[in-house]
Design a protein around this ligand. Structure first.
Ligand code: MCA
Ligand code: AMP
Length: 479
């Protein structure tokens, strides 16, 4: 392999975070210097704040042939303890001055120096070597570490370059977090592999999008919540409409973008949002192509190199492209992860005997081959703000609160977040149930703020079937 980043020299802008910027030459120097410091490390954790240093840390780790474990800097103590015990990093890379929680105190800390200068090492790692371990929620239990090999990064980014006519001339703007595939792999490593530029907003807001698209940015990546907020802001903000109208490509992913938001954005800006479909374990599977017809409500066609099929409950593949027959999406290809770290059972369960990965997403194929996602197999997975959240891990956290006797967690439709997390609580003492805000803080502090319940409903008992299993569908009737 010629290396993941072919162009780490020259004066062209590689990364801009607010007022701080690195050219390709400077990025090569800083990442090269860091690579020399982590060459003998095992896996390294990266304290993934939305800053220049996170990008330098990940690029330097990859140049050294090591694997990076991005950490959500808002992770609560329980989540962080699990990730550290499971991934066993030998050091943590962080921006100088970043305050690290006590859970990280036992690890050697390496401050990332974005101004350092070192030689860019030869890239002698192979395609199957691990590049990233990204933690992702399942329906129950703590998150699992998806081990993403180097070849998957190259394969997915090159396939997207083909689908989106993505080149080194493109300037990407985004405000996504850097501890998931969307913001880190597509949003940072993507432009760097192409030799293009990325401007990160620090945090998403429509003013930042307007400013950057008016100042030469050509592409925007976001989750549906961000496009929903754009659609809401457009009627009162003609500058935003004009800026979006200038963009070459607006891309949405991580969850379904409602057709209503597609339509409002198209009507106000003349631009159609392109949807792509991916997953932490598979990176990107399908996309609407830049040279194809934009179609609201579909996620486009399989990317080059990705094999995709729809499968019935009994394992039979669906041959019809009839827009009606629903099956589970299964995929195969160089874009896939290799395993869940320390979880051979979960890895085995995720694949069919003949090597297809079971996504758990349900879809139909349109007559023109486009994939339309219609739902998910597991009702215990919630997509809120583009984050995948397992009901089980929140229930476990809630049950650790002394005021909670029983807990069940569901997702409810939400115009902004797609789904909002609802906690159904049987209080230990019905006379003084724990307040909703207290339970939200409890979950935010143990897991992560985006996993906190947005609504809490109190019940005398949870509806259960004869086997004692909670009937989540019946909970809706109590709303
Ligand atoms: C609020 N906050 C709290 C609490 N309440 N903190 C501690 N305890 C509390 N009780 C803080 C939050 O941390 C946050 O801080 C701020 O208050 C607002 O919180 P929240 O309301 O949750 O944020 P939001 O405005 O609703 O966020 C919307 C969002 C966000 C910006 C769209 O959901 C987001 O960034 N989503 C992106 C998800 C993503 O990247 N998914 C990719 C995974 P502060 O604002 O300072 O942070 S999927 C993937 O990778 C696959 C491969 C794919 O296909 O893409
Ligand atoms: P994650 O595990 O956080 O990487 O999220 C992956 C999941 O996000 C997929 O299995 C889908 O359910 C969902 N997803 C990603 N992109 C899209 C999209 N464009 N439309 C609908 N769902 C999506």
């Amino acid at each position: 392999m010629s290396g993941l980043f072919p162009v780490l020299v020259g004066e062209r802008s590689a990364l801009r975070f607010g007022g701080r910027e690195l050219t390709y030459g400077q990025l090569g120097g800083a990442a090269g210097a860091l690579a020399a410091r982590v060459r003998d490390a095992g896996r390294v954790a990266v304290w993934a704040t939305p800053e220049l240093e996170t990008a330098v840390a990940v690029v330097g780790t990859l140049l050294a042939g090591r694997a990076a474990v991005p950490l959500n800097p808002r992770s609560g103590e329980k989540e962080l303890a699990h990730i550290l015990a499971d991934s066993a990093p030998t050091a943590v890379l962080a921006a100088p001055g970043a305050e690290l929680p006590a859970a990280l105190a036992g690890l050697p800390r390496i401050d990332v120096d974005a101004g350092a200068v070192g030689p860019v090492p030869e890239d002698d790692t192979t395609g199957s070597d691990p590049a990233l371990v990204v933690y992702t929620s399942g329906t129950t239990g703590p998150p699992k570490g998806a081990v993403i090999p180097r070849r998957a990064l190259a394969a997915t980014l090159d396939a997207l370059a083909d689908a989106w006519q993505w080149t080194g001339e493109d300037v990407l703007v985004h405000g996504l977090p850097l501890f998931h595939v969307h913001g880190l792999v597509l949003g940072i490593l993507g432009p760097l592999r192409r030799g293009g530029s990325v401007r990160h907003l620090g945090r998403f807001d429509t003013d930042g999008v307007t400013r950057e698209l008016n100042d030469g940015a050509t592409m925007l990546f976001g989750v549906p919540t961000m496009y929903h907020r754009i659609a809401e802001a457009l009627p009162a903000d003609p500058r935003l409409a004009k800026a979006l109208g200038r963009a070459r490509l607006l891309v949405s992913g991580s969850a379904a973008l409602p057709v209503h938001d597609h339509e409002r954005i198209a009507a106000a800006t003349g631009r159609r949002v392109v949807e792509r479909y991916g997953m932490t374990e598979t990176l990107m599977n399908t996309s609407v192509r830049a040279d194809g017809e934009a179609r609201a409500g579909t996620v486009g066609v399989p990317l080059p190199g990705v094999e995709l099929r729809l499968v019935e409950e009994d394992g039979t593949a669906i041959a019809e492209y009839d827009g009606e027959t629903v099956g589970e999406i299964q995929v195969r290809g160089p874009n896939l992860f290799t395993e869940y770290l320390n979880r051979p059972d979960a890895t085995a369960a995720a694949f069919t005997a003949d090597g297809w990965f079971r996504t758990g997403d349900m879809a139909v194929r349109e007559p023109d081959g486009c994939v339309r996602i219609v739902g998910r197999k597991a009702t215990d997975l919630i997509k809120s703000g583009g984050y995948k959240i397992g009901a089980g891990e929140i229930e476990n956290a809630l049950l650790e609160h002394p005021g909670v006797r029983e807990a069940a967690v569901t997702g409810e439709p939400d115009a902004d977040l797609g789904e909002r997390i609802v906690a159904w609580i049987v209080p230990a003492d019905p006379q003084s149930p724990p307040a909703a805000g207290e339970l939200a803080d409890h979950v935010a502090g143990r897991l992560a703020p985006h996993k906190r319940p947005r609504v809490v409903r109190y019940l005398d008992a949870l509806p259960r079937n004869d086997m004692g299993k909670i009937m989540k569908r019946a909970l809706g009737e109590h709303a």
